[in-house]
Design a protein around this ligand. Structure first.
Ligand code: 5AD
Ligand code: SF4
Ligand code: FES
Length: 406
């Protein structure tokens, strides 16, 4: 199969025809070749006996996505089913352009504080699920968490992401004074919470205490798929209800999902992307599924790099201004995963501010990177990695559009 692409100008078309006719007779060309005009160029495609290239159609869909920030379910499905190296490259290039238009070459820095790995839930994919008796549990106290913030602040972090399992001992009674104190001590910083599902009253109280953002990945927007990843008591409508509530309260909200999680189909992935477009969150966390040895999903393969980048790039194009991290999981499945994420439209990195002695224990999946590196080392490392691909770390607070710092 031959596929040539040139700008749709008669001059170029004539040139291509002349070149081809040096090699092949006119009759042969007429019989075997199709000339197709597309919005992005002229394509010659071999016909008869060989599969037709889907390239022109895919490129048209990518161009439409770039121009309109939306696609139908059928178009997304076609893109996903027929993507190849060339179409991915085009998609990443478009996603980079949109990201650069909205954010320039800066990549926002967030400091992640994993303050408790106790969890009451039993998500089948997760290494700190309640059912994993082998997990070494830990919990930081208020002073230890504030220390992490202090360390982060002096390194230049202006967003703290407080993350934990669904730990019942962090009731509102324990959390509200903590959030209030971080708000008081670091008035110029954003406080992001990632604590799982809580009551509406709790979300409201935490917001009133000074939290600005909340990350709660939806995990999969397909009910049937959700039921394969979670025990029966953990249900998608409840999670979606939390997301809606968070948005209503006024948080900058992040949803997200894993790519390549067990039983995920292309249709599920499309459902996730359409949900994200429709929900229009301020942040989206997308990373590959990575098996953890002590979970029911230990034997499943990890999600792939390219398909994860595909999901990142489509998300950037669907929501041009969304805050989109190049996740640690992406950096775990490939040594250049985070750089590749940025080159596919991501604009956030989240190095770890947790005390070194606990890092290994916050083990959602096997092989997590940076568990032995101080935050200062990661900042240096990320700065070098980003500048090698033409980007730079931004120490700004990095709020979503329409959410100015208080
Ligand atoms: N692989 C990749 N991501 C995982 N998460 C949990 N377990 C895994 C895993 N095995 C993600 C989930 C969760 C977030 C905190 O981490 O999407 O929402
Ligand atoms: Fe708990 Fe979150 Fe892990 Fe589920 S994914 S078991 S809620 S920490
Ligand atoms: Fe942590 Fe490279 S980012 S060591």
């Amino acid at each position: 199969m031959v596929c040539l692409k040139k700008p749709d100008k008669p001059k170029h078309r004539a040139k291509i025809l002349a070149k081809l006719s040096q090699k092949f007779s006119k009759k042969y060309l007429k019989r075997k070749c199709a000339l197709e005009n597309t919005s992005s160029g002229v394509f010659f495609i071999w016909k008869k006996g060989v599969p037709m290239s889907k390239t022109p159609e895919i490129f048209n869909i990518i161009d439409k996505l770039y121009a309109s920030a939306s696609l139908t379910r059928q178009e997304l499905r076609f893109l996903l089913d027929n993507r190849d190296g060339a179409s991915d490259e085009r998609l990443f290039e478009r996603a980079r352009a949109v990201s650069a238009r909205a954010f320039g070459k800066g990549v926002f820095l967030r400091g992640l504080i994993e303050f408790s790995n106790y969890c009451a839930k039993n998500c089948l994919y997760c290494g700190i699920r309640a059912g994993n008796a082998g997990a070494a549990r830990y919990r930081l106290n208020k002073e230890e968490i504030l220390k992490c913030c202090e360390n982060g602040y002096s390194l230049g972090f202006r967003t703290f992401v407080l993350q934990s399992g669904e730990d019942p001992s962090f009731s509102d009674e324990a959390l509200l004074p903590l959030v209030s104190e971080i708000r008081r001590t670091f008035p110029d910083c954003a406080i992001t919470l990632s604590l799982g599902e809580r009551s509406r009253e709790s979300f409201e109280a935490l917001f009133a205490a000074g939290a600005n953002r909340y990350l709660l990945r939806h995990e999969t927007a397909s009910e049937a798929h959700y039921a394969k990843l979670h025990p029966p008591e953990t249900r998608l409508p409840s999670r979606m209800g939390c997301l809606r509530e968070l948005k209503r309260i006024g948080y900058q909200v992040g949803c997200g999902f894993m790519v390549g999680s067990p039983y995920q189909t292309n249709d599920d992935l499309v459902t996730d992307l359409l949900f994200i477009k429709d929900f229009a969150p301020q942040m989206v966390g997308i990373g590959p599924f990575i098996p953890h040895r002590d979970t029911p999903f230990a034997a499943f393969p990890p999600g792939g790099l390219e398909i994860t980048l595909f999901a990142v790039a489509v998300t950037r194009l669907l929501l041009p201004e969304v805050l989109l991290p190049a996740t640690t999981a992406l950096g775990t499945i490939h040594p250049k995963g985070r750089e590749r994420g940025v080159l596919a439209g991501a604009n956030v990195v989240m190095p770890n501010l947790s005390p070194l002695e606990n890092r290994e224990k916050y083990s959602l999946y096997d092989g997590k990177i940076c568990t032995g590196d101080e935050a200062a080392e990661c900042i240096g490392c990320l700065g070098r990695r980003l500048s090698a691909v033409g980007y730079e770390l931004s120490f700004a607070r990095g709020d979503a559009a329409g959410f100015a710092a208080d």
